[in-house]
Write a protein that binds this ligand. Sequence first.
Ligand code: PMP
Length: 407
Amino acid sequence: RGHGFDVNAVRRDFPILAERVNGKPLIWLDNAATTHKPQAVIDRLAYFYQHENSNIHRAAHELAARATDAYEAARNKVARFIGSPSPDQVIFVRGATEAINLVANTWGRQNIGAGDEIVVSQLEHHANIVPWQMLAAASGARIRVIPVDDSGQILLDEYRKLLNSRTRLVAITQVSNALGTVTPVQEIVALAHAAGARVLVDGAQSVSHMRVNVQALDADFFVFSGHKVFAPTGIGVVYGKKELLDSMPPWQGGGNMIADVTFEKTLYQPAPNKFEAGTGNIADAVGLGAAIDYVERIGLEAIAHYEHDLLVYATHGLQSVPGLRLIGTAANKASVLSFVLPGYRTEEVGKALNQEGIAVRSGHHCAQPILRRFGLEATVRPSLAFYNTCEEVDTLVAVLQRLARRN
Ligand code: PMP
């Protein structure tokens, strides 16, 4: 592949892309919901169960050592992938949702009290809203919301006005799953820190599309889901700054997270084990490591470059459809196109596309507040990955043009 990017070679790595749907080649444009798995990840899972399967951290036998090594190697890969200074700052969880709930229930319960303020943006996925509302309800804290402009980009001046001495946390997505907006996370973090607040960055929609470095961002917490970055479902990550993880109480209690247990007193392990009670998702963590190896081989820079061109191409294509209203037109976007087509309900568009083998999401995308900002309850959302092609986009646009002409 050299330094170029060969999309046809990449496509051969993903066996599911050869599927047919309704007699047509599958066109997968639902990557913001979940991504497909390259053969390397599928093979790695099978290898784990064929040669390494064991519980970890516990036994003297050979397979326990193999499984532990594979699991901890995956943690190392995640740490390098996101620029964590140490693998000990990488906690495995089920996904971004569990990651945010973990931070809300540990650091949040310890540091957020009555009268404190939690700032979120209007763009957030429900996973980065509801856990903070639950925490606010339990603690007497207040949620404040950064508004967006008509392009779907957050308004930095309004954000500045929201920050004050009561702000404890800013919880912000790096890329919006509903509109594709890339937010100015670096500035958001710097402004929060200047106000004395901590920042959780939701990287669920960013890590598969761009190079992320948590130290360059100076994020206090960073979370993502494996399944959106070509890894299995059921595995995700919380990154946290060391001093925060050290001072946070555990969330779930049980095996693996303890140093010593008596009925009088239990001593906890240091992070990451302190936050990994019970038997974790060992195989899928190993699968996440393989997915990271895979995308690193292609290169996040090459991926970002290819996807940028594809997004521009798809944007122009959609704009050629009579009457189509594109929602989310920020200058800086990744992967996601969101639209409504007058005369059609969004699920009608989704069904018509499915007839042609095209998978998109239609609905509220677990981000109702941002759609309502644009006066909508639902949109149609094609979302791109590096295995999508201009020809696939052409097919999408052709079906939409046919629908639009029937209006
Ligand atoms: N945040 C964002 C921005 C997302 O897109 C998603 C998934 N749609 C989540 C959080 C939640 O991820 P998961 O469902 O994998 O826990």
